[in-house]
Design a binder for this molecule. Structure first.
Ligand code: G3P
Ligand code: CA
Length: 290
């Protein structure tokens, strides 16, 4: 059976979930045929990654979509940080010299809140903090932005999918308007993405990586997007992905990462991707018009 036909049956079974979800792909919903431009960890070429300053910088550039990385502290708070440890992007080694290897999961939220997450990037950002997920979505809301949320290292944080959805729900990010085009949850872990889909079928989801084409029919039962590194992409792979329909009855989308120069952006846009994730969203937008 053709992939679309199979997925259509799945959609019928999902009922309410499909009703909640926008039928149009993101690009059409945005009224553009250019790929969406997503600020990777915020506008992270210009401000420290995954901080509120990086969100603000994206907003100043007029970028509506922001990607982030979510992990969990020792006392169960969700925070926005890429690495599984705090060394590269904070002054944790100075503040807590005896706490090697400085893993996020070994620090409380109060301890992490003391850290400087900006000085490593430049003196202008001294005092920037590691935001909680709540703080992050508040800032996005203030700017009327949209969130591509990555559940990072889910194997380290059992139950993080349910907890992430709870926080999003508490903050109003699972209401109809957010589900209809302001939120996508992604992960490198297929299990994590499947869990998000099962817990909250109305949430749009993405699987990071480049799964074999032979696996796409299965993946399309719980993921709306396949989001590969641009270096692993080919026009044929993008076409293959886009031949499948996802769990909400729309064709699978492709967001490619991380593209920071105009030439690569134009090439990848030419493959027909739906979004480009970039540390330099101004450069990519100029190149592809997203
Ligand atoms: O959103 C895609 C990209 O963020 C995945 O890689 O390592 O930057 O989280 P990474
Ligand atoms: Ca990420």
């Amino acid at each position: 059976m053709h992939a679309r036909a199979v997925a259509a049956s799945t959609t019928a079974l999902l009922g309410t979930a499909a009703l909640l979800f926008p039928a149009a792909p993101a690009r059409a919903a945005e009224g553009s045929t250019s790929p969406l431009v997503i600020a990777h960890r915020g506008a992270s070429a210009y401000a420290p990654e995954n901080t509120l300053a990086a969100v603000d910088r994206a907003a100043e550039l007029g970028i509506r979509w922001v990607e982030n990385d979510v992990q969990r502290t020792r006392d169960g708070e969700l925070v926005v940080l890429h690495d599984d440890n705090l060394r590269r992007t904070t002054d944790v080694e100075e503040v807590f010299p005896g706490r090697s290897p400085w893993k996020v999961k070994d620090f409380t939220a109060a301890e992490i809140a003391r850290l400087d997450a900006g000085s490593w990037f430049g003196p202008a950002y001294a005092g920037a903090r590691v935001p909680t997920l709540e703080q992050f979505v508040h800032r996005l809301e203030r700017h009327h932005q949209k969130l591509l949320l990555e559940i990072k290292n889910p194997e380290l944080y059992p139950g993080i999918e349910r907890q992430t959805l709870k926080v999003l729900s508490n903050e109003g990010w699972l209401d109809r308007s957010h589900l209809a085009g302001r939120l996508i949850v992604q992960s490198f872990s297929a299990d994590s993405v499947r869990t998000v889909h099962e817990l909250k079928p109305g949430v749009k989801t993405g699987l990071l990586g480049t799964p074999p084409v032979a696996d796409l029919l299965d993946v399309a039962e719980f993921a709306d997007q396949i989001n590969p590194s641009h270096s692993s992409l080919s026009p044929a792979y993008v076409s293959s992905v886009r031949a499948f329909d996802g769990p909400h009855g729309s064709r699978l989308e492709v967001f490619a990462w991380t593209v920071d120069d105009a030439r690569t952006a134009r090439r990848i846009a030419g493959y027909g991707v739906d979004g480009i994730i970039t540390n330099r969203p101004d450069v990519v937008r100029r190149a592809v018009g997203g």
